[in-house]
Ligand binder design. Structure first.
Ligand SMILES: Nc1ncnc2c1ncn2[C@@H]1O[C@H](COP(=O)(O)OP(=O)(O)O)[C@@H](O)[C@H]1O
Ligand SMILES: [Mg+2]
Length: 250
């Protein structure tokens, strides 16, 4: 197990968004989080690398452990935590700089390499890992904004990978993309799990079924069911899960 979540309650000011959520996230596996909009999926995801800390009035009770270490303890270095637990958003957000510099950014900031040749190597290795190298190797010094939406999203994945994270959190990473780009992202996620622990929020049931090993179903701020993906989609234990995956609501 990579992440252990124990009885998490989460509040935006007085409004509670998560209720008593407990679960474990498996290492080198893909965990999908599904559920209707507003049920707390993004809140939960952001609580795994303390991204919610940035929201005024937000407060978490309970425990989130990464490799057995409480990430909400005072000793936790949050910058380092976010390096270990990277995040990919729904809207790709490349920096307004070249393709190369997007990937090299975190490498330089974190001083993971100094020499130009070393940075070159990391950029190539990472773009290959993000299944983007062949498409951009001849335009590394052009603006990232000149890439297609799907390429930009893979660039953001490359940027996240460049700082050698252990966990990747993805919040609906393909929902703004066309079907071909979506298929590429799905294939990429599937391949990345050999080296990373991945947690992906999706509203696409087929996508969750295709790419994940385990699935959690959220409803109204509660983690209603969590199990192997196969189980969730063939024999859910809870009535609400069945209603949701068969499209009766949401
Ligand atoms: N930054 C925020 N400030 C206040 N309330 C928020 C914020 N983000 C989300 N919420 C509320 O928390 C609840 C869960 O939202 P969210 O985690 O975004 O759900 P989901 O990702 O499943 O759509 C919703 O009621 C939403 O309005
Ligand atoms: Mg969301």
């Amino acid at each position: 197990m990579k992440i252990n979540v124990g009885r998490v309650n989460f509040y935006y000011g007085k409004q509670q968004a998560l209720y008593d959520v407990s679960t474990r996230i498996r290492q080198q596996a893909v965990t999908a989080l599904i559920g209707p909009s507003g049920c707390g999926k993004s809140t939960f995801l952001r609580s795994l690398n303390r991204m919610n800390d940035l929201i005024p009035g937000a407060r978490l009770e309970g425990k989130v452990e990464l490799d057995g270490e409480d990430i909400y303890s005072d000793e936790m270095d949050v910058i380092h935590l976010r390096r270990r637990v990277g995040m990919i958003f729904q809207r790709s957000n490349p920096f307004p700089m070249s393709v190369y510099d997007n990937v090299a950014y975190g490498v330089r900031v974190n001083k993971l390499a100094r020499k130009r040749l070393e940075v070159d190597e990391i950029v190539e290795k990472t773009l290959r890992a993000a299944a983007l190298w062949e498409e951009v190797k001849d335009r590394l010094h052009r603006s990232a904004m000149s890439l297609s939406g799907g390429q930009q999203q893979r660039l953001c994945i490359a940027r996240a990978l460049a700082v050698e994270p252990e966990v990747l959190l993805m919040d609906e990473p393909a929902s703004a993309l066309d079907p071909i780009s979506t298929a590429k992202i799905e294939e990429l996620i599937y391949n990345l799990k050999q080296s990373y622990t991945i947690v992906v929020v999706t509203h696409n049931m087929q996508q969750a079924a295709r790419i994940s090993d385990e699935t959690g179903f959220f409803l109204n701020g509660r983690l209603v069911e969590f199990n192997e993906t196969k189980r969730i989609f063939t024999a859910p234990a809870v009535r609400e899960t069945e209603d949701y995956i068969t499209g009766r609501f949401g």
